[in-house]
Design a protein around this ligand. Structure first.
Ligand SMILES: [Zn+2]
Length: 335
């Protein structure tokens, strides 16, 4: 009963006719519209719904627009960053390549030095240098130190590009310090080796005859009874008894400073080796070098004989150090 009454009242309320009168301020006739209340309520509700949705849509659109704007700005920032990184990486790659070339040159230098000293004890020093070079190669070959070309750089750009770049730059800076140091070490070593080799080439050593081991020492270095004058005299070299015409060999690299007849020595060759060394080869039958000629150790310079003050075919061999005769045996033994 109560429900029915309420419904009746609501119906009456909603469908009660209302008059909307429009009164113009200026002259003109009034207009009236008579409509049920529900129509007015509907119109008002529609207007409210319309404004709410317009406001919501506008807000939504504005938010999205702001988001897009932010994305564009951050993309542009990323683009600039990437460009900077790319430029930096290209520089680093270029420098790495340059250093690799320098290291390669250094390695070649090291190998050259090694070839110079392959038969001497200095070789261990070269190994130390080689290890140093290998160490540098390892630095270059470490992660991120590869020359960057094509897609290889992508990994670097992915994360912490700037951090990695500065790390690589720091390592390159260290290399730039390390490389000249190594270069100077190598150059010094090369100079040492060359000096050592030159000294070795200039030092008389070995047997001065190509005699198949048939010659023998018939007179030692030092005081002895002279075989010709029979008086006590200082023998400035050794005598090697050997067949007439046996090839006489230079015992070190050097320059012939005398090739000809000298009283006492007969047909003699004197070679200056530098570093104060000179060797003398006397009593030959034939000379095959001229004054001023450069000779290498082992070159044939004469053929043995019996010329000059001599009692039989032999080679008189002298080694002088700064003009002072030294016992040639020491140099023959020296290998
Ligand atoms: Zn002699």
């Amino acid at each position: 009963m109560r429900w029915r009454r309420t419904r009746k009242r609501l119906k009456k309320y909603l469908f009660e006719r209302l008059t909307l009168t429009l009164i113009p301020h200026s002259r003109g006739s009034m207009r009236s519209i008579r409509l049920p209340r529900i129509v007015f309520i509907f119109i008002i509700l529609s207007l409210v719904a319309y404004f709410v949705s317009v406001t919501y849509l506008y807000q939504n659109y504005f938010n999205r627009y702001k988001q897009a704007l932010d994305t564009i700005v951050s993309l542009q920032k990323l683009k600039t960053e990437n460009m900077t990184l790319k430029t930096g990486l290209a520089q680093v790659a270029k420098e790495t390549e340059k250093m690799r070339k320098i290291l390669l040159e250094l390695e070649k230098k090291g190998e050259h030095i090694e070839s110079l000293i392959s038969d001497t004890s200095v070789a261990t020093e070269t190994n130390v240098v080689k290890d140093l070079i290998l160490f540098n190669y390892k630095l270059l070959d470490d992660e991120g130190m590869q020359p960057l070309g094509g897609g290889e750089g992508e990994g670097l750009l992915k994360s912490n590009g700037f951090e990695l770049l500065s790390q690589i730059r720091e390592e390159l800076r260290m290399l730039r310090v390390e490389i000249p140091l190594q270069k100077s070490i190598l150059e010094e070593l090369q100079m040492d080796v060359e000096e050592y080799n030159a000294l070795m080439a200039a030092t008389p050593r070995g047997w001065p005859l190509d005699d198949d081991g048939k010659g023998y020492i018939s007179s030692e270095f030092g005081f002895r009874k002279d075989p010709v004058t029979n008086e006590q005299a200082f023998h400035e070299g050794i005598d090697i008894a050997v067949w007439y015409g046996t090839p006489v060999l230079a015992t070190a690299d050097g320059k012939v400073i005398y090739a000809g007849w000298k009283s006492g020595y007969g047909k003699v060759v004197i070679i200056d080796h530098g570093y104060g060394y000179q060797t003398v080869y006397g009593h030959n039958s034939k000379l095959v070098v001229r004054k001023g000629q450069r000779v290498k150790r082992g070159d044939i310079i004469a053929y043995s004989g019996n010329s000059g003050k001599s009692t039989g075919p032999h080679l008189h061999y002298e080694v002088r150090v700064n003009g002072v005769p030294k016992n040639p045996i020491e140099f023959i033994k020296f290998r």
